[in-house]
Ligand binder design. Structure first.
Ligand code: ADP
Ligand code: MG
Length: 695
């Protein structure tokens, strides 16, 4: 390989970034932190925002008491005291056709922020005072220009890292665009560009990095969002195709005889949703390529029965089943529920969790390897390297968003069928993208006879009444939960802790009740005994952290109070609330917390208005984005660079349809006309989706 030239004229898309004039070896590491190692990487490093200099006013255009945006060079900064703890900071700026003054009261520390001769973009309401134009407490930002005039432009603002300044990045981007834009190939097939009337790649890259108008920027963004989502869907589609071509899982046919035998185990008729879900599963399980399905359904929609059906189908064919729950409490509960359904059957079910005795643990591990155990239910203890199965046919993972991707992969590599269940409904655009390698079944109905849950947001005055009601209900035989976000009081958070709530309630209104505490600092044995006492009714009130969030099922519990409710997402509150109203009694849930923020109050009020988990998940999603909610960060997908799953939801659907169409005609994207797009898909998603051997 010949040494790359340093002269800008020979800059190509694959030139290492350090050979771009102005970058040099000094900044290589900083660029690497941004994911930029060659010139082309810059093109797909998108601005996070823009400074809008298209609507600038000059001093001559200003009107009294009117909003305006001005660009000025700082001429002078002065600050003086105007009384006790009162000060005034004046920054004099020079615009093209005159001067104006920006003023801040009582914020002397701001003085350091402003240095003379730098350029500042200022917007606010301007006033004429004694012949001088002033603006008080304006919005302001520095403009780092890479060229003579920035007036009339939309300046990209890039996410930065230490060692790289905005102006430098802009200048480098401009240089590389000028030298290499003509080299960039169009990867999107022509008919799609025409169909959606979207701009070509060169126009789009110029438009996103050097827009001259809002229209240009919008067209560029639209194109790049579509491209990103299309590539992702193609990657997912290629992966699906690969999975369909391997046969590492057993064919588990649900014959009429097996089906009847399984259904005899259920003491009730299945809901339509359950029957449809079972149809999806049995269709998957006949094939020898591994099922990879997500079963989602609101709390109490009856997912367990569906899981049990699949389990018994695998067992009927002589295969073992592993069921993984996110907590020991939940693993034990699953074991108990399965045990009840399977009473007097020959199916052998065992529990495998970290908190069990060593010899018992070893015994279960040995029997799993021998095939003596049909169904093993456990926590991540199930994916430790010492665990072997004789013939694992099906893996079921409950609440998969609680698991890290690695743990998931651990079991997946074994190649059996794979079912994940979640009670946290996942918005459609998320299942289509970040969870896009899963087929999805949704339980939309619920078993008959579910009790309503009433939700309240009591005012301070109503607080006493709520606790009296709570106490009264318990005296009538019900049980209740009190949830708090922290175990101990903290200096950082002013929120009722578990300990504080326990003190207050046990010395106050609930002094005659039998109360226990449950939290993550208890040992496995302690947790088990606390839960056991609550299941049996010995404990009337359980004061708990969110460890009870998922799945805990005590039908006699009808009361729930949540402290620090503002700390929780709606999906999480919904899970917590789902612990009550599970038996023959209606549920009552009250939320307490800091409601001083209007947005918080609105969010929690919306929560009292609906018990539909899907609606709440969408609301949460719109408020907080997908980030922490669905474990998407753990999920291992590379973050989207420009698409926004909320804002661009329509494009998600479109890209999925287009990808499906392309792959239908050309399953491996092997045709010559698809060579470029295929290369791009592999470049971006090849590693993470393990597409190495496509084609
Ligand atoms: P999920 O796991 O989806 O939250 P479960 O599977 O625990 O819900 O079911 C909730 C409750 O409803 C359980 O007590 C279960 O036994 C019961 N159940 C499930 N399916 C039915 C049905 N078809 N008819 C009546 N009760 C059902
Ligand atoms: Mg469940």
């Amino acid at each position: 390989m010949s040494a790359p030239s340093q002269s800008g004229s020979e800059l190509t898309l694959t030139t290492p970034i350090q050979y771009v004039t102005g970058v040099g070896p000094r900044r290589v590491e900083a660029y690497a932190r941004l994911g930029i190692t060659i010139a082309r990487d810059l093109f797909y490093f998108f601005p996070r925002d823009y400074q809008d200099l298209t609507q600038l006013s000059g001093v001559g255009d200003l009107e009294d008491e009117t909003q305006a945006t001005m660009l000025g060079t700082i001429e002078d900064v002065s600050s003086r005291s105007i009384g006790p703890r009162r000060s005034i900071l004046e920054v004099t700026l020079k615009a093209e056709d005159g001067v104006f003054t920006a003023i801040w009261f009582n914020q002397p520390f701001l003085e350091k922020r402003f240095t003379t001769d730098s350029t500042l973009l200022v917007s606010g309401k301007f006033r004429l005072r004694n012949g001088r134009w002033e603006v008080t407490h304006p919005h302001n930002e520095y403009v780092e220009s890479d060229e003579e005039s920035v007036v009339g432009r939309l300046l990209p603002v890039y996410p930065l890292t230490e060692g790289i300044r905005q102006g430098h990045l802009r200048a480098t981007m401009r240089k590389v665009l000028e030298a290499c834009l003509d080299e960039v190939d169009e990867v999107i097939p022509d008919h799609l560009l025409k169909e959606w009337k979207i701009v070509g790649i060169r126009e789009a890259l110029a438009g996103i990095h050097l827009p001259t108008s809002h229209e240009e920027l919008k067209a560029a963004r639209e194109r790049l969002v579509y491209q990103e989502l299309l590539l992702l869907q193609l990657g997912l589609g290629l992966r699906r195709g690969m999975r369909a071509s391997v046969s590492t899982a057993p064919s588990l046919e649900s014959t009429a005889k097996i089906d009847a035998r399984i259904r005899r185990r259920f003491p009730f008729a299945l809901t339509e949703g359950q029957n449809r879900a079972i149809a999806d599963l049995t269709e998957d399980l006949v094939h020898t390529h591994p099922m990879n399905r997500l079963l989602q359904g609101d709390v109490g929609s009856g997912k367990t029965v569906v899981a049990l059906y699949a389990t018994l189908l695998a067992v009927a064919h002589g295969y073992q089943v592993a069921i993984m729950a996110p907590t020991e409490v939940l693993a034990r509960q699953h074991a108990r529920v399965f045990g009840e359904f399977l009473a007097k059957s020959r199916v052998r079910t065992e529990l495998l969790i970290g908190g069990m005795g060593k010899s018992q643990h070893e015994l279960v591990v040995a029997e799993l390897a021998q095939g003596a155990i049909d169904v093993v239910i456990g926590t991540h203890a199930l994916v430790q390297p010492d665990i072997e199965f004789e013939n694992l046919g099906l893996v079921i993972i409950d609440e998969q968003h609680k698991f890290g991707v690695r743990q998931r992969a651990g079991l997946k590599d074994a190649g059996p069928h794979y079912l994940v269940m979640t009670a946290t409904p996942i918005p459609r655009t998320v299942t289509m993208t970040l969870f896009g390698d899963l087929d999805v079944t949704t339980l939309t109905d619920a078993p008959p006879g579910r009790q309503p849950i009433h939700t309240y947001l009591p005012s301070d005055n109503e607080r006493v009444r709520w606790w009296e009601f709570f106490n009264q209900q318990i005296m009538e035989g019900r049980q209740g939960y009190v949830v708090a976000p922290l175990i101990e009081d903290s200096e950082l958070w002013d929120v009722a802790s578990l300990n504080r709530v326990y003190e207050e309630l046990s010395n106050g209104v609930l002094s005659d009740r039998r109360i226990a505490m449950l939290h993550g600092r208890l040992s496995a044995r302690e947790k088990e005994s606390v839960m056991q006492d609550f299941y049996s009714g010995k404990t009337e009130v359980l004061i708990s952290t969110t460890v009870i969030e998922v799945g805990v099922d005590v039908p006699n519990a009808s009361l729930m109070a949540i402290e620090g409710a503002e700390r929780f997402g709606l999906a999480q509150l919904h899970q917590l609330r789902g612990r009550v109203g599970r038996g023959k009694y209606p549920g009552y849930c009250a939320l307490f917390g800091d409601l001083s923020q209007e947005a918080t109050r609105e969010r929690l009020e919306a929560f009292t208005q609906t018990t539909n988990g899907f609606e709440l998940a969408e609301l949460d999603f719109a408020n907080r984005g997908p980030g922490d909610l669905f474990g998407t960060r753990q999920h291992g997908m590379p973050p989207l660079r420009i698409a926004d799953l909320i804002r661009d939801s329509a494009t998600v659907e479109r890209a999925k349809l287009d990808a499906d169409r392309l792959l239908e005609g050309d399953p491996g994207l092997a045709e010559d006309s698809h060579r470029l797009i295929r290369e791009r898909v592999l470049l971006r998603y090849g590693r993470v989706l393990q597409l190495g051997d496509v084609g």
